[in-house]
Design a protein around this ligand. Structure first.
Ligand code: HPA
Length: 234
């Protein structure tokens, strides 16, 4: 049991999927896992553990933003000895060829700053996802016929952004999408020698202003969970 995860060590699996929204964790556990049970509810940031194709999996909400992700990922890694952490979430599209509902596999995650910035001092560390997970996820997405993009994303500290100039530079340098958690997850995985990946659905678009209607979000979210689970156990 930790400050933020009120579960016994044995209740958390080696593989953890991390949606930002705890209600997505509940939905994914009820939809994809068998024998799913809620292992804690601290702050309403639910964790569920169950079986997928006979493999034990935990689905734990991360909350929004890197400070929140940092709390849950630190505790999962350091106290629960989790080996594989896969973020499943949404992002804003930043390139014309990236369409609403497409899936992005984040090879790297750029950031202005992360909760780990103070450790690195003047070093501009390059957070990257686990290659084995990335390759397996890309293969599964293609098999499913999902439109998938693999490349760099931007982990921002703001949803309501006031730096259009910075977004322009990201776009000019090929960044596929923007979200708010991946960079710190990748840094923690690197620090502790664990595997991490971010699988993201494009829910809105910075160039077109389009947004995925609420009633269509579930289906896209389901594709991501299937891709993440397959990658975790490949
Ligand atoms: N910005 C930041 N995070 C996001 C966005 C966005 O446009 N869409 C989904 N997550």
């Amino acid at each position: 049991m930790t400050i933020h995860i009120g579960a016994d060590k044995k209740d958390i699996a080696d593989v953890v999927l991390m949606p930002g929204d705890p209600y997505r964790a509940k939905w994914a556990a009820e939809t994809f896992l068998t024998d799913a049970k809620c292992v804690h509810k601290v702050r309403g940031m639910f964790g569920f553990t169950g079986l997928w194709n006979g493999n034990r999996v935990t689905i734990q909400g991360s909350g929004m933003g890197m400070p929140s992700m940092s709390i849950y990922a630190n505790e999962l890694i350091r106290d629960f000895d989790v080996q594989t952490l896969i973020r499943v979430g949404s992002c804003g599209g930043m390139q014309d060829r990236v369409k609403i509902r497409d899936v992005i596999l984040a090879m790297t995650a750029s950031a202005v700053a992360t909760p780990s910035s103070t450790i690195f001092k003047e070093l501009n560390f390059a957070p990257c996802g686990d290659y084995g997970l990335l390759a397996a996820a890309a293969e599964k997405a293609k098999l499913m016929g999902v439109d998938v993009h693999v490349g760099g994303i931007y982990s921002s500290d703001t949803f309501y952004d006031e730096r259009p100039d910075l977004n322009k530079e990201m776009q000019r340098h090929g960044i596929l999408g923007v979200e708010m958690e991946a960079a710190e997850l990748y840094i923690l995985a690197a620090r502790y020698g664990r595997r991490a990946l971010s699988v993201l659905t494009v829910s809105d678009h910075l160039l077109t202003g389009e947004a995925l209607p609420a009633d269509q979000r579930e289906r896209s979210f389901g594709d991501m969970i299937e891709i993440a689970l397959t990658a975790a156990f490949s």
